[in-house]
Design a protein around this ligand. Structure first.
Ligand code: ADP
Length: 179
């Protein structure tokens, strides 16, 4: 686990399972239909219980590159932000869509005035986005946001496997040097 301060906000990179993290909002790596899936999405719905899916059905879907909020069922968190990252496929505007998915979560954090937020590594599982390309986009989007006034006091990247944690640690170094 590594912890850094960005304009007074704690930014943590840690390995683990996001459903177990005690924060105001957990980000889900959802798909555009919000219909449920494997990976983080499966873990969140299993641990959080059926009310999350009931709310997802009412929302009907979420465009790629953005995010929508539901309550968090049985989880400790107050909200789930369901973010839809791009499938890594045609290499056109995927970076922009990935950035948009993170930015939408940060915008929801301000809308709900939450103080702590946990992200998984969006798009780098079933959606196939290479970790070494996704990590700098994720981190840069968060760091840029933390340079502005924010309700957030803590942002945690909860990375499931060692390789993903290492990719994020590597990507963070040059971004910290800029600050
Ligand atoms: P996507 O479809 O956006 O690629 P996935 O859920 O397949 O989403 O994978 C995104 C990342 O989340 C991958 O690095 C995967 O290993 C990781 N992951 C899977 N389960 C969990 C979990 N419970 N907590 C945190 N990260 C997880």
């Amino acid at each position: 686990m590594t912890t850094h301060k960005i304009d007074g906000v704690t930014l943590t990179l840690q390995q683990g399972n996001i459903v177990a993290v005690a924060v105001d909002a957990i980000v889900n790596a959802a798909n555009a239909s919000l219909a449920g899936g494997g990976g983080v999405d499966g873990a969140i719905h299993r641990a959080g219980g059926p009310t999350i899916m009931q709310e997802c059905r009412k929302l009907g879907g979420c465009p790629t590159g953005s995010a929508v909020a539901t309550s968090a069922g049985n989880l400790q968190a107050r909200y789930i932000f369901h973010a839809v990252g791009p499938i890594y496929r045609d290499h056109s505007n995927e970076a922009q869509l990935l950035k948009g998915a993170y930015q939408s979560c940060l915008d929801l954090a301000e809308q709900y005035q939450i103080t702590s937020l946990a992200f998984p590594s969006l798009s780098t599982g079933a959606y196939g986005y290479p970790r070494h390309l996704a990590a700098p986009i994720a981190l840069q989007t968060v760091i840029e946001h933390l340079h502005k006034p924010t309700s957030l006091q803590q942002v945690i990247f909860v990375l499931f496997d060692e390789k993903t944690l290492q990719a994020y640690q590597k990507a963070l170094q040059p971004l910290l040097a800029d600050d």
